[in-house]
Design a protein around this ligand. Structure first.
Ligand SMILES: NC(=O)c1ccc[n+]([C@@H]2O[C@H](COP(=O)([O-])OP(=O)(O)OC[C@H]3O[C@@H](n4cnc5c(N)ncnc54)[C@H](O)[C@@H]3O)[C@@H](O)[C@H]2O)c1
Length: 437
């Protein structure tokens, strides 16, 4: 908890926050191996082509179902809106949610399923779902989240990994997002608690911050993790690699021979990689008029150019194994833009371009997705001046910064073998930040 959050939870703090209408950051319920995924039962409503699949996924995830509509404290409200084939029928959203929305418990989940608008009977009605869910996310207090999941025909059997992510503490800091699931044949993993068992994952920038959290979460899920960072971070890198029983690869990803060395390490020690997470990133902020070439070039080299080179080298050497996963780390700065970050935002928008182009090119062979974190509590954000830092922390539906583990959980969902239908997505991990879309 940050200091303001601790204050807001104290007796005096509650009084002051209530009286002045200040942000009230509710402690977020995160994944714990010992606790149930949700704090209460799930109520499912609506009915369309996804109804059976949604119900099956909720049951398979071990979530309690309460179909009475008279629950006290729901853990989640799930609505299959894929049957809404006219503007008039949008009223079904209000009819389902209005009587029960105030019965959603703290850190509750709202998930609406629909059909990709361009494939739907009524493109207008399905597109309208986005405004509904984003507004619900903004109305929910106490750590609640709301998402929209568009499932293409043929993707019905591929929703479970996404349902498990969204209907649990794993998605604590993800809200107001639109996820697309395409057609895919998906087999359930032998063990949902260790879905990455037998898989090899490369994580760049693994020595600290978000990269260290990604390494730990992928390791928790059973992957053997190859942890890459610059030689100057060698000690921290070894410590992270040792914690998860992975290997450490000391390397500057901008070095001319970096792609070849990565391919060689993966091929010789592990027989290739199943998951590649391009997390290493730097900032060198200056407004454009003061932006020198060194700052510009350094950020482009680390955040974008090296990633493109590494991808091409892995693909050329066939070092990304079948049904692979490539995950980029973008930023809300790449979506909304940010003062002093023309270089950084250029690269982070470029990461989205990488997702768009590569996800199509590799369709059927690998998935390519990215997370776009908002304000995450790391050394990178600790270095931001206090006033800007406080604004960044509070200007979102959760009124708080996220934790590295929140980004890592989203990446683990992309990396999941049952997420083969999740391709070409950019999902923000930003607590529904007010910045950008
Ligand atoms: N912290 C946030 O709020 C936030 C928000 C949006 C996006 N991001 C992105 O998340 C990623 C991780 O950020 P973080 O906050 O953990 O940063 P961080 O500075 O704590 O960690 C970045 C890691 O990348 C490594 N790295 C840098 N250049 C490298 C190179 N040339 N070769 C190999 N490794 C290199 C660093 O040594 C470091 O260990 C970055 O891509 C960042 O842009 C962070």
């Amino acid at each position: 908890m940050d200091r303001y959050q601790s204050f807001a939870r104290s007796g005096l703090g509650r009084f002051v926050v209530g009286k002045l209408g200040l942000p009230d950051p509710h402690p977020l319920r995160r994944h714990s191996p010992d606790g149930p995924p949700l704090a209460g039962p799930v109520l499912i409503g609506g009915g369309g082509r996804l109804a059976d699949a949604v119900r099956a996924a909720v049951k398979s995830a071990g979530l309690d179902l309460d179909d009475t509509g008279h629950g006290e404290r729901y853990g989640a409200l799930v609505f299959d809106a894929s049957g809404i084939d006219s503007v008039e029928r949008l009223r079904e959203l209000r009819e389902f949610f209005q009587p029960v929305i105030r019965s959603l418990g703290p850190c509750g989940r709202v998930v609406v399923f629909g059909t990709p608008p361009e494939l739907a009977e009524s493109q207008i009605a399905q597109r309208a779902l986005e405004g509904f869910t984003r507004s619900v996310g903004k109305e929910l207090k106490r750590g609640g989240t709301a998402q929209l999941v568009y499932v293409a025909p043929g993707g019905e059997g591929a929703i479970e990994s996404t349902a498990r992510f969204l209907l649990s503490g794993r998605s604590a800091y993800v809200s107001g997002q639109v996820v697309r699931i395409g057609p895919a044949d998906v087999a359930a993993p032998a063990d949902w608690d260790r879905p990455l068992a037998g898989k090899v994952a490369l994580v760049t920038g693994a020595a600290r911050g978000i990269g260290a959290a990604i390494t730990e979460v992928l390791g928790r899920d059973g992957a053997t993790v190859v942890c890459l960072d610059v030689p100057a971070q060698g000690d921290e890198l070894s410590a992270v690699a040792n914690r998860v029983g992975g290997t450490a690869l000391q390397l500057d990803i901008t070095a001319p021979d970096a792609p070849a060395r990565i391919v060689e390490h993966l091929a010789q020690r592990h027989g290739g990689a199943d998951v590649v997470v391009h997390n290493a990133g730097i900032t060198r902020d200056r407004t454009l008029g003061r932006m020198d070439a060194d700052r510009w070039d350094a950020v482009v080299a680390v955040n974008l150019a090296s990633q493109e080179r590494v991808n091409e080298a892995l693909l050329a050497a066939d070092a990304l194994r079948p049904d692979g996963r490539i995950v980029g780390v973008s930023s809300i700065a790449g979506i909304a833009g940010n003062v002093g970050q023309t270089n950084y935002a250029t690269t982070k928008a470029g990461v989205i371009g990488m997702v768009d182009s590569l996800s199509r090119r590799l369709a059927g062979r690998a998935t390519v997705n990215a997370v776009a974190p908002g304000f995450i509590e790391t050394r990178m954000t600790a270095a931001v001046p206090l006033f800007i830092r406080e604004a960044g922390r509070r200007m979102n539906s959760m009124s708080q910064g996220g934790l590295p583990v929140d980004v890592a959980e989203a990446i683990a969902w992309f990396a999941h073998p049952a997420s083969a239908g999740v391709n070409g997505n950019v999902v923000r991990v930003c607590g529904q930040s007010l910045l950008g879309a």
